[in-house]
Design a protein around this ligand. Structure first.
Ligand SMILES: *Cc1c(COP(=O)(O)O)cnc(C)c1O
Length: 450
C-alpha cells in the first residue's frame, strides 16, 4: 500500500515547485498526495486520514466536497463556465455583488471583482491612489501599514506587508511604505488590558498619520488578527480610532478581510466588531467556501463616482484580471452564502469557539506556553523557551515543524507558523473532532517543547 503515496510523490517532485516551501525539505519531510476530501477529513493515497484543522490555508468554511456547493457548481457548469466581465455580466456575479453589499454597512454600494487575495490588495491600492489623483491630490502616493502585517505576495501587496521572512529578500523591488508598530496584544505590558494596550499603541498610528497624511493614500490593515503574522491579535478599539483619524486627515481605510472575513473572528466580517465602515474592503479566501479562486473589493459611491466620467478624460479604473468573477467561483460563493443563511453559522460558531477555548484551558498551564488567544474561530497557542520572560525559541530549531510532523502521524493537519500552533477549522467540525484535534495539539506541544 505505501507504494501509492510514494510513487506519486516521486513523480511530483520531478515537476512541481511547491509554494512557500524550501524544496530540499522534501528530502526528509514527506509530501502528502491527497486523493479525496470529505467534511473536515482529507485522505491520502495510502488511505491515511487527516483532520484539516487549518481549513486548507484558511479558505475552507463548510468542509471539503460539500454536497450542497458541489451540486450548485455542477448545475452552473452545465450552463456557463466563464465569460469576460468587461462589457458582459452574468447572474452568479450580479447576485454575489448584491448579496455582499447587503451584508455590508449602508455606505458600501459597489463590488469590484478580482481573482485572488494579493491581486485584490494591489487593486485596492491602485483604486485608492487613483481616487485621490482624480480628485486633484497628486502627492498621495504612499501607504501606511502595520508591522507584522501580511497582505499577499505580489509586489504591491508585499510592499505593504511587513514580515521579514517573506519580504526581506525582495526589499529592493518594493515600494516604500510607512510602517507603524502593531497593536499586537501579545507584546503588551501585563498591567494593561488588551483594550488599554491597543489604545496606547494607536498613538503611534496617529503620529504617523499626522506627519504623513498629505503624501498618503490609505492605511491598510488586517482587522483584529494578523493571521500570517503568527496569529497575533488586537482589540477592536483600534479600528474605531483609526476610522476617526482617517476621516479627519483624508485617508482611506482599507480593511484586508481576506483571512478574517466570512465569520472567522465571530462576526461575518471582523471590522463589524468596531462598528465602523471601511472605505475599501478586500475579500477572498473563504469567499467561495474554499472552492475556487476569487476576490472582491467592496467600496462606496464616493470612490466609485470619482472614476465615473467621460471616456476621453481617462479617469476610468482600468484594472482587470482575465478570470475576474469567474461564474463557477461566484456560484460557489453564492452557495456558501446560502449555507450561512440556512444554518445559523455565526451562532453555531460562537458555541464551537467557546468550546474550543474551554478545551485549551489546561494547555495554558504548560511551562512552555506563554499565550492562548482567540478571536472567534481562530485560536492560537504561543510556544516559548521562557514563559515568564516570553523568550522565544530560536527559529532555527524549527519546533513548529516537529508539531506538524507529530500532527500528521496522529491524523491531524496542523501547520504551525514558527512557534505558534493555531486551530482554524472548517465550521462544520464536530465536537468529537475538536476533541481529537485538541488531544493531538497537546501531544504536539509536548514533542515540540521537549
Ligand atoms: C492570504 C492573504 C492574502 C493574500 O491572498 P492570496 O489569495 O493568497 O494571494 C492577503 N491578505 C491576507 C490577510 C491574507 O491572509
Amino acid at each position: 500500500m505505501s507504494k501509492n503515496n510514494h510513487i506519486i510523490v516521486k513523480r511530483d517532485l520531478k515537476v512541481v515547485w511547491h509554494p512557500c516551501t524550501q524544496m530540499k525539505d522534501h528530502e526528509k519531510i514527506p509530501l502528502i498526495p491527497i486523493k479525496e476530501g470529505k467534511g473536515v477529513w482529507l485522505k491520502d493515497y495510502n488511505n491515511n486520514k487527516y483532520i484539516d484543522a487549518i481549513s486548507s490555508w484558511w479558505v475552507n468554511l463548510f468542509g471539503h466536497s460539500n454536497p450542497y456547493i458541489n451540486k450548485k457548481i455542477i448545475k452552473q457548469l452545465e450552463k456557463l463556465e466563464h465569460v469576460l466581465l468587461a462589457g458582459f455580466t452574468h447572474m452568479p456575479a450580479l447576485t454575489l455583488a448584491e448579496r455582499l453589499i447587503s451584508l455590508s454597512p449602508k455606505n458600501i454600494s459597489k463590488c469590484f471583482f478580482a481573482d485572488n487575495g494579493s491581486s485584490a490588495i494591489d487593486a485596492a491600492m491602485k483604486m485608492s491612489h487613483h481616487y485621490w489623483r482624480n480628485q486633484g491630490y497628486n502627492k498621495k502616493t504612499k501607504f501606511i501599514s502595520l508591522s507584522n502585517s501580511y497582505h499577499g505576495e505580489t509586489l504591491g501587496s508585499l510592499s505593504v506587508s511587513n514580515i521579514d521572512l517573506y519580504k526581506k529578500t525582495y526589499k529592493n523591488l518594493m515600494k516604500d511604505t510607512i510602517v507603524v508598530d502593531t497593536p499586537d496584544c501579545y507584546l503588551k505590558n501585563d498591567t494593561h488590558t488588551d483594550k488599554e494596550h491597543t489604545r496606547l499603541m494607536f498613538d503611534k498610528m496617529l503620529k504617523a498619520i499626522e506627519k504623513n497624511h498629505k503624501v498618503t493614500s490609505a492605511v491598510i490593515l488586517e482587522p483584529l488578527v494578523q493571521c500570517a503574522g503568527y496569529m497575533r491579535m488586537y482589540h477592536p478599539i483600534y479600528l474605531k480610532l483609526l476610522r476617526e483619524a482617517c476621516d479627519k486627515y483624508k485617508l482611506h481605510l482599507i480593511a484586508d478581510e481576506i483571512a478574517v472575513g466570512f465569520g472567522r473572528t465571530g462576526t461575518m466580517f471582523a471590522y463589524e466588531k468596531s462598528k465602523i465602515t471601511p472605505d475599501i474592503i478586500c475579500l477572498s479566501k473563504g469567499i467561495t467556501g474554499g472552492y475556487m479562486t476569487l476576490s472582491t473589493i467592496l467600496t462606496n459611491d464616493n470612490i466609485y463616482n470619482a472614476f465615473y466620467d467621460e471616456y476621453i478624460k481617462l479617469n476610468a479604473f482600468l484594472h482587470s484580471h482575465s478570470y475576474a468573477a469567474n461564474p463557477l467561483a461566484c456560484t460557489a460563493a453564492n452557495a456558501s452564502l446560502d449555507l450561512f443563511e440556512k444554518s445559523n453559522v455565526i451562532n453555531n460558531n460562537k458555541i464551537l469557539s467557546e468550546y474550543i477555548l474551554k478545551s485549551f484551558a489546561e494547555i495554558s498551564k504548560h511551562p512552555n506556553v506563554s499565550d492562548v488567544r482567540q478571536h472567534g474561530m481562530i485560536t492560537a497557542i504561543e510556544l516559548v523557551k521562557n514563559k515568564s520572560k516570553k523568550i522565544p525559541y530560536n527559529w532555527k530549531e524549527r519546533r513548529g515543524l516537529r508539531a506538524y510532523e507529530y500532527g500528521l502521524k496522529n491524523n491531524v493537519l496542523i501547520r504551525p507558523l514558527g512557534n505558534v500552533i493555531y486551530f482554524m477549522p472548517p465550521y462544520i467540525i464536530k465536537k468529537k473532532e475538536i476533541d481529537k484535534v485538541i488531544n493531538v495539539i497537546h501531544g504536539a506541544i509536548d514533542v515540540a517543547t521537549k
